[in-house]
Design a binder for this molecule. Structure first.
Ligand code: SAM
Length: 226
């Protein structure tokens, strides 16, 4: 784990919006970190998974996937989410856990940087830490003691819905505060990871009162000529 239990977050996304894919489909796990979710996505869907991350080298993830027995199905990639190199309409699904807020907090990001790679009828599932609705716009004031300069990345589900915006290819987009917050955090805080130890001292005073996990679901229209 590199933060609140990413498998819990993934499970809620899959429960709410099940994917029905085959071995011919290709999925991008964007900002996959050390690849735990990529391995599970591969096992759960049977599809081919691109495990992309910026900070974790692809060769390290490659060794992990081989050890876990998913090396044939999961392809590690090390690219910046702002400059990916997939083919147009290559991906049936894009999944991103606890990373989208690092790079996608500007209007138009989804349309310009990710949408071109998505197939018609494609699905996007994202789970990220964010601000509870009532604190939107107050991230710096409320979270700086815990997150320092990174506090600005935390936004409410309403703000994320506005950032996703609209496009002729988008059939449906929804955002929500996820149910898995407490469990995902408890499982992370119970580890002996040095960052979990750091987070522990802020959980009751900052993390629990002001933050949540934001879910984002986007479904694309069929048969677009764009
Ligand atoms: C908190 S970790 C989460 C990793 C993993 N998804 C998980 O939940 O365990 C955030 C990840 O976002 C990735 N990331 C941050 N900025 C990125 C960018 N511009 N492009 C691709 N990945 C990025 C980092 O490499 C890092 O591994």
């Amino acid at each position: 784990m590199m933060g609140p239990n990413s498998v819990r977050v993934l499970a809620e996304l899959f429960d709410r919006h099940p994917l029905q894919l085959t071995a011919n489909d290709q999925i991008l796990d964007l900002g996959c970190g050390t690849g735990l979710t990529s391995h599970i996505i591969a096992k759960e869907t049977g599809a081919k998974v691109y495990a992309n991350d910026l900070w974790i080298p692809a060769n390290e993830n490659k060794k992990r996937f081989a050890q876990w027995g998913s090396g044939e199905q999961v392809i590690p990639v090390c690219e910046d989410a702002k400059d990916l190199h997939f083919e147009k309409k290559q991906l049936s699904a894009l999944i991103s856990i606890d990373s989208y807020h690092y790079f996608a907090g500007q209007e138009g990001f989804f349309q310009e940087k990710l949408l071109p790679f998505m197939k018609d009828k494609g699905v996007v599932l994202i789970g990220i830490p964010g601000l509870k609705d009532e604190y939107e716009g107050r991230a710096k004031e409320l979270l700086s003691g815990w997150l320092g300069e990174d506090a600005y990345m935390f936004k409410s589900q309403g703000r994320w819905r506005a950032l996703i915006g609209s496009h002729d290819r988008i059939e449906q987009a929804e955002t929500w505060e996820m149910d898995c917050f407490q469990k995902a955090w408890s499982e992370w805080l119970a580890t002996n990871n040095e960052f979990a130890r750091g987070d522990r001292q802020y959980f009751e005073t900052i993390i629990k009162p002001y933050t949540c996990f934001v879910g984002i679901y986007i479904k694309l229209k069929p048969n677009s000529i764009l």
